[in-house]
Design a binder for this molecule. Structure first.
Ligand SMILES: Cc1cc2nc3c(=O)[nH]c(=O)nc-3n(C[C@H](O)[C@H](O)[C@H](O)COP(=O)(O)OP(=O)(O)OC[C@H]3O[C@@H](n4cnc5c(N)ncnc54)[C@H](O)[C@@H]3O)c2cc1C
Length: 351
């Protein structure tokens, strides 16, 4: 990407805020992707990156914060500030407490951009934060481009069938809160960082604030079972999406899968959310990443979150009644057909 902006002092005083994500004292991979995106954005705008690490919730110790800060410093793609935002009176990851405390912090910092993950944590924070700071929210951004010397952001729309581009007008003052699709701005793996980081500590007390504003209570973090998924190592995966129509039809998908050796049945997230399949069967950014020899997607639209989990399959066959379904963009064979009809018909050929 060409740097069309001349860096100057004024640009450097404007900030790109990165909201770091962590879980159980470990920085999550999405944070490196956010920093990579922020780095590219800073190359265009000349703005300085400030990574905010919300911590000390639910009894996190200072040493766990220090080790996360060290991790961030070691991965910083450019000189930047790190703000350790120590939040007392809330449990991690309490999105309300994080949102309120970051909003308070931003009254001081006045950023041009705030970057969060298009993840459960990031989506809980970003739109509300944008409203609070008088900014705009752009969610699920997958590309950063330059239009008229200004940064512009690409978002897949209508279940990935088209891409929308939002370009900023010259001199636009409102902060832009952006969530970044996981997996698309991955960090270059062997890049060694020699960046200089300044670490600043800020304290926020959410106890008093929570009394007035708290409408949602963070209950607990549930761990999914460490059970090995049948999807691991399966050579053929038949995956069903909402287009399969009813939980009763999963049986037909299972019967088709059984026609192949070393096979497994998978699903898109809505099927897991509706309880039609178990979490171990979910494919996508918040499920399993699979690489079978054959992946057959039946009634799956092809959201970027699903594609992230199956795009590296050896051969992809998709069945969808919509000829413009986004899943067809990554498929070797595209079949425009009723999903259940196709499954039953193919199954009957094995009989
Ligand atoms: C933070 C986050 C994380 C997410 N993580 C994941 C994830 O890990 N995995 C995941 O899958 N999703 C994930 N999602 C959800 C994702 O955005 C989509 O909502 C989901 O993938 C859509 O599932 P689907 O394609 O089954 O359903 P839909 O999008 O509703 O698509 C159904 C498809 O079926 C087709 N269809 C309808 N009837 C028929 C028929 N009779 N025959 C054939 N085709 C038919 C339709 O044309 C359509 O294309 C995530 C979302 C967010 C915000």
């Amino acid at each position: 990407m060409k740097n069309t902006f001349r860096k100057n002092k004024d640009n450097d005083t404007k900030k790109i805020i990165v909201i770091a994500e962590h879980l159980q004292d470990k920085i999550r991979t999405i944070t490196w992707e956010l920093m990579n995106f922020a780095f590219r954005l800073s190359e265009i705008t000349g703005n300085r990156i400030v990574t905010v690490l919300p911590w000390e919730m639910d009894g996190q110790t200072e040493s766990s914060c220090n080790s996360m800060v060290q991790d961030i410093m070691g991965n910083a793609p450019v000189d930047m500030d790190i703000i350790c935002l120590s939040i007392s009176g809330a449990s991690h990851p309490d999105s309300l407490a994080i949102k309120e405390s970051i909003a308070t912090l931003l009254e001081e910092v006045k950023p041009s951009f705030v970057i969060a993950g298009h993840t459960s944590q990031g989506l809980d924070i970003a739109p509300g934060l944008a409203a609070k700071i008088g900014g705009i929210a752009l969610t699920g951004v997958t590309r950063l481009i330059i239009e008229d010397e200004q940064p512009a952001f690409v978002q897949p729309l209508f279940k990935g069938r088209v891409n929308g581009v939002t370009a900023l007008e010259k001199g636009a003052e409102s902060p832009v809160v952006i969530t970044i699709q996981p997996g698309v701005f991955s960090r270059e793996k062997d890049k060694q960082s020699k960046s200089r980081c300044t670490v600043i500590t800020k304290k926020m007390d959410m106890e008093s604030l929570s009394k007035k504003k708290k409408t949602v209570k963070y209950a607990e973090l549930l761990h999914i079972s460490g059970k090995k998924s049948r999807l691991d190592g399966a050579k053929v995966i038949i995956a069903a999406g909402r287009g399969i129509g009813s939980p009763d039809n999963i049986e037909d998908v299972k019967e088709l899968a059984e026609c192949f050796p070393e096979s497994a049945v998978a699903g898109s997230r809505p099927l897991i959310d509706m309880g039609w399949m178990t979490y171990e069967q979910q494919v996508g950014i918040t499920g399993a990443v699979v690489e079978p020899e054959l992946y057959m997607a039946v009634g799956i639209s092809g959201s970027s979150q699903h594609i992230a989990g199956m795009k590296d399959a050896g051969f992809i066959v998709s069945v969808n009644k919509d000829p413009n379904a986004a899943i067809f963009n990554v498929s070797d064979i595209c079949i425009v057909e009723d999903g259940l009809e196709f499954v039953r018909c193919l199954r009957s050929l094995f009989a």
